[in-house]
Design a protein around this ligand. Structure first.
Ligand code: IVH
Length: 712
């Protein structure tokens, strides 16, 4: 064991055990000095001595990346969620919002409400009231109160699972620890946005600069970094605020309308944005949008649009939500901010599916408070269409969290020497594999497929990424290094790393402790939900929400796997079929899932058509336990059943009937087949009802259907 105090040893001479002890000592010391400085304004040491501690800490972290502590003093903003926060499952998911980018989109939203709610459809003069309020550019949080006491606060996370940041939220003055007034439900989750004011942000950055600390790009990043601190004392020293705007789980409904609930929030001690208004029509919300836009520059906090929400809570319930966003609300975004800069060079990135994406390397420029140095150029045509050349002055645009885009070129400033960009003919990897652009396709792909090192590494990176297996301590850099040394070749190799723990411990920057930590993180992921599993496979076009749809529809891995193999065989037998029903039953089933079309089904079957992928799958199946997604609305009589609506419905619109059926776990399909369980036929039902009769299926009237689902 180390007898010597590591504090005096040069960084390059530290053993792993000494480094471990030294990082712990430095973390404690820096935390101590932070509190003295930020909270008590009574520093004990000079700024230069403080900086020396931070530098030593950083130098050790660079030499021993595997030892970086969850509460590292150099904890970076915008990094993956810090280890150390417990997970919280949201009983009611924290959804995102659909966007409207112009007046027409907003009118579309109001029209969609009118088409959905039968009373509105039948009576065009009936008004649609909406609450309109600024969209705060911060981070959403959910605050849980039990018997009026603040018991838990969580981040949004992926919407279903967030992080427990109770201790940090307790430090916010805007968050009542005990509800004021009366009449709150026993269980109440208030949701809203945590943000930092512009003036507080500027002051914080000034302090950071004086201390040689990280400067935050904008108030949102500063708020996010502050909220993610593992030490609540640091959060306490950072002024954060909170606006409430919606709610999650409640033990009893709150009476009245959305607007009314916001007034109750105020009674109970929350802040509600002072610009929020109850509007009586689309014209009213658009007027408020104009008003808010004109005040935007003078507000002391960043906003990026105005949110409109239906005021009637019964209509909110009836409209429900997609897996991503409620149908009863929309965010009307402000136009994106633009700037001009120089296109210094064009690089190529190879993705996990082999797609070559050109990337603009720009002279760094600040757009909407963020420094932008890179922007995606999408593909070859995009470069030609925009007529871009290296050396050009280009206009770039950034909106919200989306990747910055190059909008166009300022031709008058084109240097005379510039030449047209030539898209590479080979993959930039060492193999220099030829690339191929299929006729009619926009994407150029490396033809190396599984041999392409970029693709292999990218696939593995995707596999361990945050929304997939989310393996703590196995970042992109590690994947790359392990891949290069042959420790990792396929995803299942990750789960065989525990047999190679000593080999990892001997690597540069690693040691027994860090290796052990990684093994524990890997073991923790040996059990995984089917949705994450499917997403992790990296099938073309199958993003998180499609993966969730597949997991929900097929229930468990075995069923899904078998069905996809069947659909693949059917597609192989009918490669030219243009309609799902001409391919085969399994394929048709796949396409009958709302949100999955033939193009996606073809990518999924193409994946299952590759022997290599099947090997990867069965290899993984041996290593893992894949759990089914908790069935939606279990106990509902129609969960997992397929229903087709045809003819005119009388009690509600077709959209509402569909949404209700889906909320009960049923699949709504547009076509009748032997897989259909119920056909709900209203007056005027034609060929579909006839087909159902021929197939001997259950045909229900609308009333019978409503009785079946207990809503009659
Ligand atoms: S309502 C179910 N209102 O915007 C409806 N969201 O892009 C929940 N946001 O995740 C959202 N200001 O973090 C709502 N006044 C506001 C908001 C707001 C900011 C955020 C929120 C949400 C994101 C969606």
């Amino acid at each position: 064991m180390t007898a010597k105090d590591p504090a005096g040893i040069a960084v390059e001479d530290l053993s792993e055990a000494q480094a471990h002890a030294e990082l712990a000592r430095l973390a404690a010391a820096i935390k101590h000095h932070d509190i003295l400085y930020y909270q008590q304004s009574q520093p004990e040491i000079s700024d230069a001595d403080y900086d020396a501690l931070k530098r030593r800490n950083a130098a050790i972290e660079v030499r021993f990346p595997g030892l970086v502590r969850a509460d590292s003093p150099s904890h970076r903003i915008g990094a993956a969620p810090a280890a150390g926060f417990a997970k919280v499952r949201h009983a009611v998911p924290m959804l995102s919002l659909d966007n409207a980018f112009d007046e027409a989109d907003v009118r579309d939203f109001f029209d969609s409400v009118r088409r959905f709610i039968k009373e509105l459809k039948d009576d065009p003069s009936m008004p649609i009231e909406a609450v309109a309020e600024p969209k705060i550019d911060g981070l959403s949080a959910s605050l849980r109160y039990e018997d009026g006491l603040f018991v838990q606060g969580a981040t949004r996370g992926d919407g279903t699972e967030g992080e427990d940041i109770t201790a940090n939220l307790l430090t916010l003055d805007d968050i009542p620890k005990r509800l004021a007034g009366a009449g709150w439900p026993e269980v109440l989750e208030v949701r809203g946005e945590v943000y930092m004011s512009r003036s507080d942000f500027l002051a914080l950055n000034k302090r950071q600069e004086e201390r040689g600390e990280k400067i935050f790009a904008n108030p949102r990043n500063a708020a996010s970094g502050s909220l993610r601190q593992l030490d609540p004392a640091i959060t306490a020293a950072r002024p954060l605020r909170f606006f409430s705007y919606s709610w999650g789980e409640i033990s009893a409904p709150i009476d009245g309308s959305h607007w009314h609930v916001l007034q109750r929030f105020k009674d109970w001690g929350f802040k509600v944005n002072p610009l929020a208004r109850l509007c009586g029509s689309v014209e009213d919300v658009l007027a408020l949008y104009g008003e808010v836009a004109s005040q935007r520059a003078t507000l002391d906090y960043d906003i990026d649009g105005v949110v409109y929400k239906l005021n009637r809570l019964d209509w909110q319930t009836r409209m429900g939500a997609s897996s991503r966003a409620p149908r009863w609300a929309v965010a009307h975004k402000f136009p994106a901010e633009q700037a001009e800069t120089m296109l210094e060079s064009i690089g190529i990135q190879v993705g996990r599916t082999g797609a070559l994406t050109p990337v603009a390397h720009l002279k760094p420029v600040t757009v909407g408070g963020v420094v932008v140095a890179r922007a995606t150029l999408h593909n070859e045509d995009e470069i030609r269409r925009k007529n871009l050349r290296v050396g050009d002055t280009v206009v770039i645009q950034r909106a919200g969290d989306v990747i910055p885009q190059v909008i166009g070129v300022v031709l008058e400033r084109r240097p005379s020497s510039s030449k047209e960009y030539k898209f590479p003919e080979t993959c930039p990897c060492d193999l220099r594999t030829p690339v191929l652009r299929e006729p009619g396709e926009a994407v150029t792909r490396c033809t190396g497929e599984l041999a392409c090192p970029y693709q292999q590494v990218r696939r593995l990176m995707h596999f361990v990424s945050r929304d997939a297996f989310d393996i703590e301590g196995l970042g992109g850099k590690h994947v790359e290094a392990f891949w290069e040394d042959g420790l990792l070749k396929t995803p299942a190799d990750i789960f065989r790393l525990p047999g190679k723990e000593s080999q990892i411990a001997e690597r540069e920057g690693w040691g027994p402790q860090s290796a052990q930590k990684l093994m524990a993180a890997i073991e923790e992921r040996r059990t995984i939900g089917l949705d994450r599993f499917i997403y992790a496979l990296g099938i073309r076009q199958v993003g998180q929400s499609t993966a969730r749809l597949l997991a929900r529809n097929y229930g468990d891995l075995k069923t899904w796997h078998a069905a996809m193999v069947e659909a693949t065989a059917e597609r192989a037998a009918h490669p030219d079929a243009r309609k799902p029903q001409d391919v085969g039953e399994a394929y048709e089933d796949l396409c009958s899932i709302e949100g999955i079309g033939m193009s996606m089904a073809d990518d999924i079957t193409a994946f299952f058509g590759e022997t290599h992928n099947l090997d990867v799958l069965s290899d993984l199946e041996e290593e893992l336990e894949v759990t089914s997604l908790a069935a939606v609305a279990t106990g509902s009589p129609v969960a997992g059943r397929t229903v087709v609506f045809t003819g005119t419905l009388e009690a509600m619109t077709r959209s509402e009937a569909k949404a209700r059926a889906e909320a009960l776990g049923a699949k709504v399909s547009g076509s009748v087949s032997s897989k259909t369980d119920y056909v709900v036929a209203g007056p005027g039902a034609g060929s579909k009802a006839k087909k159902a009769q021929e197939l001997g299926l259950a045909i229900l009237t609308e009333q019978e259907w409503l009785e079946l689902i207990g809503q009659g």
